[in-house]
Design a protein around this ligand. Sequence first.
Ligand SMILES: NC(=O)c1ccc[n+]([C@@H]2O[C@H](COP(=O)([O-])OP(=O)(O)OC[C@H]3O[C@@H](n4cnc5c(N)ncnc54)[C@H](OP(=O)(O)O)[C@@H]3O)[C@@H](O)[C@H]2O)c1
Length: 219
Amino acid sequence: MSSVLIAGATGLVGRAAVALALSDPRFDRVVALVRSPLPAAPRLELWTGAPDLLSGLRPQRMDAVLIALGTTMRQVGGDRARFRQVDHDLVLGIGRWARALEVPMCGVVSAVGADAGSAFFYNRVKGEMEAGMRALGFPALHLFQPSILTGPRGELRVGERIGIALTTAVAPLLPDRYRPMPHDVLAKALLQAALHPGTGVHVHHHAAIRRLADQNTTG
Ligand SMILES: NC(=O)c1ccc[n+]([C@@H]2O[C@H](COP(=O)([O-])OP(=O)(O)OC[C@H]3O[C@@H](n4cnc5c(N)ncnc54)[C@H](OP(=O)(O)O)[C@@H]3O)[C@@H](O)[C@H]2O)c1
């Protein structure tokens, strides 16, 4: 039996991860770290931190922590510092909390192309976030690097829709790691990693994420 905390639980990936975890008897405790409410569900425990998400964290050790947090440059009005505050600082804040409580496994949704030395701001922030998480020294750290994710999104993201249409059309021609992926495949893979963390740092691209999801036969 395993306990898991999911951050980013109101998002596309996080919501799917919460729903899967709640229907999976291998998880006896499912905590969602949120700043806005999620509909109540049996067995779902909400830790609310608002406006600062980190204020919702409690001194309770989990078996695994999954982070699917992120914003977009559009949501922060093009403000790079605000973007970094979410995609880097908040993720690391949760990582530090988890390490302090000796949580043995952390899984983080990053993005394909994450690279601290990249000329592209988005890839650079993701790369710096990954480097920061590695430096925390989790017994098991799983970094997920999906390309564009498909799934039901309430908000209209025109750029993302165009990206999905283009990458889906040319998917057979793309290197595997740039192919689009359904959001719930990633959620399944996150939970599989939480249940079978192993040790060390694992970086998962498209094919590895699909493999992990396929191994998750109960979630
Ligand atoms: N979508 C893609 O195509 C794609 C592709 C590659 C990588 N990724 C990465 O995958 C991760 C998850 O993506 P997603 O599409 O599932 O994200 P999403 O649907 O946009 O959800 C983002 C989550 O982050 C939370 N969040 C954003 N700003 C916050 C803040 N200031 N304080 C606290 N919480 C905040 C949101 O909470 P609220 O609901 O409270 O705003 C939500 O739970 C992100 O790191 C993203 O960069 C996404």
